[in-house]
Design a protein around this ligand. Structure first.
Ligand code: G3I
Length: 449
């Protein structure tokens, strides 16, 4: 005799037709009831928001329910945590790191070296007064990075090692204290030092104003590719993706193209600071719906690129967006650029983002399908043989079908089966096919819970 919970589970798991909502093992609810957190976990991507010192239990409950990643909007910046050089107050950052750990949120460390804003108020003076300003700044940066990685390295999964190295609108270096004192080598040096201090964390460069094709975009991609080729330990590129008011709205196509340009460097990429001012949609019949559709397109653009594996929205609720407080964007206030309204109710944009995450399967489904065709072709050419080859084809077909249903966990199980079977095959094409299968499993992040 089946108990009521088992019966309900079976109904939810096996008998609800997709027409009434996609039901998967990971999010056993109609899609309309799944949170971003559930959907992101299922798709093996991270979707987060920022938190700030004003957040209390209500905001934290919303964050923990709806997201699986977190960034401190300000609390980990050098000038926020040490208003003057060496005078650290860890209160806010400690609370955020503890909250992230207790709520199972991936924590992004933002940011170790940023020359444009929020530095200790006496940093420039201390450097300027030193007999050897470059040596002094190098020592202070090293001390600060060691303090931050030492205290938070166990909880920070990934650091924005250098934020906004380039000028706002051009591909020249931002003429900040670090560049002026240390030259452009400060960028590579910061990454080398970060790797030595925190060998587990992923190390990102995070850049601003990349949403249109531009010399800056091309310059960033070129510089990062060159540094990586020289052995500088850069693990990923953060595309901030603020959609500012008062400037032209980036077209969906140009946004996709810019993202692809960054992805072509070959590193993982993330949308790190997404917000979309509703100013752009103020003349639409339904501005919230238009904002939602645009959000969905941007997140969908990320999901369509295998290397784009996380999105962070820059703020939780519309009542707290930086755009309403910083010139010139404050002129468009209320920008209402986030996923929750001032009462912490999800906006249409929330659901558009959630639904866009579900499209994550599409590129992987195509990869599984192509791989299956190539296995068959190799078998016909005699470049792969053995009884296991049929199992490889079958399991890849199952993986493809699972991905078509958004069943990431099932797809990973089938891909593991395909890899096991491929290991038993022989022939000249086994190694390259196995390498492609391994890449597919890694891009799907099958080894993560
Ligand atoms: O906390 C102090 C407060 O003690 C003080 O009385 C008050 C007086 O101005 O300032 C408060 O600090 C402000 C802080 O936000 C917290 O509200 C700073 O002045 C203000 O400059 C700071 O703005 C932040 C800005 O970065 C500069 O650090 C924004 O909140 C934050 O959203 C914004 O985020 C940046 C990313 O880090 C990098 N990419 C661009 C993005 C938008 O500018």
């Amino acid at each position: 005799m089946l108990g009521r919970p088992t019966l309900l589970f079976l109904i939810a798991c096996c008998f609800v037709s997709p027409a009434h909502g996609v039901v998967t093992r990971d999010c056993a609810l109609p899609a309309s009831d799944c949170t971003i957190r559930d959907t992101a976990r299922q798709a093996h991507v991270h979707v987060g928001v920022t938190t700030n010192r004003a957040h209390g239990p209500a905001e934290r409950a919303v964050i923990a329910t709806h997201f699986n990643a977190l960034t401190a909007e300000n609390a980990m910046k050098w000038g926020a945590i040490a208003p003057t050089v060496g005078n650290y107050d860890f209160t806010d950052a400690d609370a955020i790191a503890d909250f992230a750990a207790s709520a199972g949120l991936r924590l992004r460390g933002h940011t170790l070296v940023w020359g444009r804003l929020q530095l200790p108020t006496d940093l420039a003076a201390q450097v300027g007064a030193a007999a050897d300003p470059a040596a002094r700044l190098r020592a202070l940066v090293a001390e600060h990075m060691a303090t931050m990685t030492g205290r938070y390295g166990d909880r920070v999964a990934l650091w924005d090692v250098v934020n906004e190295p380039l000028d706002v609108f051009t591909d020249a270096f931002d003429p900040n204290l670090f560049f002026q004192t240390l030259g452009d080598g400060y960028l590579a040096d910061a990454f080398t030092l970060a790797r030595a201090l925190d060998s587990d964390a992923e190390l990102f460069v995070n850049e601003f104003a990349l949403t249109y094709p531009s010399a800056k975009l091309a310059g960033l991609a070129r510089r990062v590719a060159d540094l990586v080729a020289m052995g500088v330990p850069i693990d990923g590129i953060g595309v901030q993706a603020h959609v500012f008011p008062l400037l032209p709205l980036p077209s969906r196509e140009s946004f996709r193209a810019t993202l692809q340009t960054v992805a072509d460097v070959g590193l993982p990429i993330e949308l790190t600071e997404l917000d979309v001012s509703i100013w752009h949609f103020r003349n639409e019949p339904d501005p919230l719906a238009a904002q939602a559709a645009y959000y969905g397109d941007l997140v969908g653009a990320c999901m369509a690129i295998p290397q784009c594996r996380a999105v962070t929205v820059w703020g939780l609720a519309d009542s707290e967006s930086w755009l309403d407080h910083m010139a010139p964007f404050d002129a468009a206030a209320p920008n209402a650029p986030l996923l929750f309204d001032a009462h912490l109710a999800p906006k249409p944009a929330y659901f558009a983002v959630r639904d866009a995450i579900r499209t994550r399967a599409v590129p992987f489904r195509q990869q599984a399908a192509t791989l299956r065709l190539d296995v068959r072709a190799a078998r016909r050419r005699g470049a792969i043989h053995g009884d296991a080859v049929r199992i490889v084809g079958r399991t890849l077909g199952r993986a493809k079908r699972s991905l078509g249903r958004g069943g990431f966990a099932d797809a990973c199980t089938h891909l593991a089966g395909a890899a096991d079977a491929l290991a038993l095959a022989t022939g000249s094409d086994v190694a390259p096919l196995a390498a492609r299968l391994a890449t597919l499993r890694a891009d799907l992040r099958c080894d993560e819970p």
